[in-house]
Every structure is written in C-alpha cells, then in structure tokens.
Design a protein around this ligand. Structure first.
Ligand code: 5BU
Length: 274
C-alpha cells in the first residue's frame, strides 16, 4: 500500500503542490508532528511556535481564538514558517454553502487563504463546499482536508457519512489532499469502477496524547504509536499534550515537543519496517 512507503516516496506521486510540500518537509525534518497552538494571546502564540518550530512539520491554528489579533501577526507567523521550515494549517472547519465559504476563506478579518497552506471543511453541505473553497484555494496552490471523522466521544461522523466524505474527496483530488480522521481512508467507499489501488490520502489526526486519555469535554486521546503504527495515520496533531495549561513554560514546551516528535517518528519507522 502507498502508505507503507516513505514520506519521500509518497511526495513524488502527489499532484497537489501543498501535499507534496508537506510530505517533503516531514522527510526533511524527520517529523510527523503538528502542534495545535490554541492560546488566546498573540505573545504566547508566537513564543510557542518559535520554540516548537524546529520539531514540527506543521503548525495548526485556530486564528479566531486570538483575542488581540492584528493582521501583522500573519507576517510574523509566515516569518516563523520560513525560519523553522513548517507549513501552516488553519483548522477553520468550514461548513456552509459554496458562496459563503469562498468569502469566509478569502476575506473577512483573517483572509485565511492568503497565508494558510492547508485548511479543512465539514463534508455536511455536499460537494458544493469543495467547489466554493477550491475556487479560492486552488489558484493559490492550497490544499483542503475533509473531516471524515472526529476524535470526540459520540461523534456523528461515522459509517456512511465517513464513506461519503471519502467519495467526495476522491472526485476532487486536485484540491482535496486528505482527511482529518482516526485511521486510513484509502479505498473507503470505493466501487469496482474506482481505480483506488494507488490511492494515497494524507491522514492528519488530532486527539493525540501520551499522558492522559481525554479531557472533561469529550476529547479522546490515543498515543502516537496507536495513531501512526496501528492506524496508519500520517501526521499527529498535539495541543495541550505539549503546552499543558501554562503557555509560558517555554522550556517544558520545547521538551514535550521533542518527545512527541521522537515518538511519532519512531512509530513511522516501525510502520515502514513492518
Ligand atoms: P488538544 O489540546 O490536543 O486536545 O487539541 C486538539 C486540537 O485538534 C484542537 O485544536 C481541536 O480543535 C482539534 N480537533 C480535535 O481535537 N478533534 C477533531 O476531531 C478535530 C479537530 Br476535526
């Protein structure tokens, strides 16, 4: 299966330039770690990114969480992305009609498409959401992930919903590079006519933690080994497992990022040799 090949080999076959760049970056930095920087102050946000930067392939943002957002923050974020060689993923979870999501993606306060290599969308509106987002993102060379599954207890994104999400992605491979999911999606929901032998969707997986099993609001954690080795996912997304609840403990944050990077990469190497 393609996912048992190295990230470098898989990069060669990607047609979307962002998917290619992410896989190349993972190989170059020997990291399948994405850090989700969910803090409310710009100062903490940039300090965490600067300290975890060397250990990640990707930084995931919820830009609307920042209470002191000013647009010059974007330039700082982009400078850090160049300095430390990582991509940016705004976890926006678009979920509206094509026309509205195109405006939300291109415009407003945050102008997400202008700086975020990757964003994501709920498949709930149907294929028109991909048409709307790709009208903005494709000319910029961006990539989209569909939310095929979620990490939370009681998630409704299961069964035929997940299968239909994969079918939607399969029909839009120029822009949809993969999924937010908890396992591999290659071949899911395919019929005999679909040529899926070489299918290779990127799987980015939140709900990763080494020290706890969940939080008080339905989040569920698995270890990097469960996610990468047992479930075949490509990128581990870690938030509070790395910065806990004190975003100012910079040395501890660097140490945990290093630890998750090592665990994620070891699980990947074990998958390659299995
Ligand atoms: P945590 O601190 O590692 O629990 O943060 C997880 C992040 O991933 C957080 O930003 C969520 O919004 C995001 N997330 C998730 O946890 N589970 C999902 O299924 C999806 C996103 Br989609």
């Amino acid at each position: 299966y393609p996912y048992q090949q190295s990230y470098a080999q898989r990069a060669l076959k990607q047609t979307n330039s962002t998917a290619k760049l992410l896989l190349e970056t993972m190989e170059r930095k020997k990291s399948n770690l994405a850090v989700s920087v969910d803090v409310t102050k710009t100062k903490d946000f940039l300090a965490i990114i600067d300290v975890v930067g060397p250990f990640v392939c990707l930084i995931k943002t919820h830009i609307d969480i920042l209470e002191d957002f000013k647009h010059d923050l974007i330039q700082h974020l982009q400078d850090l992305s160049v300095k430390h060689d990582f991509l940016i993923f705004e976890d926006r979870k678009f979920a509206d009609i094509g026309n509205t999501v195109a405006l939300q993606y291109s415009s407003g306060v945050h102008k997400i498409a202008s700086w975020s290599h990757i964003t994501n969308a709920h498949p709930v509106p149907g294929p028109s959401i991909i048409a709307g987002l790709s009208s903005v993102g494709l000319p910029l060379g961006r990539g989209l992930l569909l939310l095929a599954e979620m990490s939370t207890k009681g998630s409704l994104a299961t069964g035929s919903y997940t299968e239909n999400a994969v079918r939607m992605a399969r029909a839009h491979r120029d822009f949809v590079i993969g999924f937010i999911a908890q396992r591999r999606m290659d071949g899911v929901g395919a019929t005999a006519e679909d040529a899926v032998e070489d299918e290779d969707f990127l799987i980015l997986t939140p709900g990763v933690g080494l020290d706890t099993k969940g939080d008080a609001m339905g989040q569920q954690y698995r270890t990097p080994k469960e996610v990468v080795l047992d479930s075949g996912c490509d990128v581990i997304i870690v938030g509070r497992g790395i910065y806990g609840n004190d975003p100012t403990l910079i040395d501890a944050i660097a140490a945990s990022a290093k630890r998750y990077m090592a665990e994620g990469w070891a699980a990947y190497l074990e998958r390659l040799s299995s």
